[in-house]
Design a protein around this ligand. Sequence first.
Ligand SMILES: [Zn+2]
Length: 358
Amino acid sequence: MSEINESEYRAIGPFIRRYDRGNRPYRMPDWSDPADFYRWQDKARDRLKRRLGPWPRRTALKPRLLSRSEQHGYIHELVDYIGAPGDRIPAHLLLPDVKEARPAIIAIHGHGYGADDVVGIREDGSRRQEPETYHRDFGLALCRLGFVVIAPEMAGFGRRRELSAIADSRSASSCQELFIWSLMMGSSPIAVRAWDIMRTVDYLTTRQEVIPDRIGIMGISGGGMVTLFSAALDQRLSAVCISGYLNTFRSSVLSIEHCICNYAHGLLADAEMADYAATIAPRSLCLESGIQDPIFPIDATRKTAAILATLYHKLGYGDHFSAEFFDDVHRISGQMAYPFLAHALGLQSGHASGSLLL
Ligand SMILES: [Zn+2]
């Protein structure tokens, strides 16, 4: 309230006024001793875990190989494994054509026709050579750099939709049904999807092609949301890139129309996006956003990035944080993110096709 004068106050609606009154008890506090920050971080993470719960039982993964093909420079597997009991997660697994184990990236798609869109597969199932959508085939790009890449299908998309959405079109989602069902079960789309990422980490650690303590995650838009909350909850994710999402709740999902899967009970009552992102520190974190992104306005993204840059610097890990603001709309860039992830996860240069890292 103190930052808003009377005329500005009258010019905003009642809900935003309520936002300005929120004290958000799990906000990152002012601190001078890093030990105080890390104590807060433990509490904030624990609170988030309880907020998003109850969580499913962790059962055996029972993985299956659904298909396997050789592509130029990599092996492409379609696999699935158990997320929550009774619910299988289909995922593309791209394995660079090399002998030794590699760092891995979990590549999370946003809205659209699902995981196919991050690995260069069109809606009709054909493979393309050049990116055609806002996902920019970033899973495939990371595999070509030398990462093992897994692109799990998020609940409500692609192969994981209700019959009504399947009958509609390839890109129709079941976010609405996922929201109401998860709400009635005490959960949320964010929690369902974050759980599936934790199970995806479980799965990756069973694969001999993966170095288990070098697993990162990158996601865009709704996939950026999943990336943020998964990384906040699961400290096995040691490098994180959030594309086209990190902002403030106030300026994005509370001010501009967004899919209902962006909301979960009580998140804002506890903290803002920057606070949730702060629970990732000092693990490597980068963000990228187009300055013309119409649904995650750049001014709020810059403010959140500044908070995080200051935090990482103060913790003595300034080089573990990076941000790229590029002149475009809502899409993947990768220009800073790909080399950042490669450096953070110790990806050795070179892979089967002989290309080098940047
Ligand atoms: Zn949605």
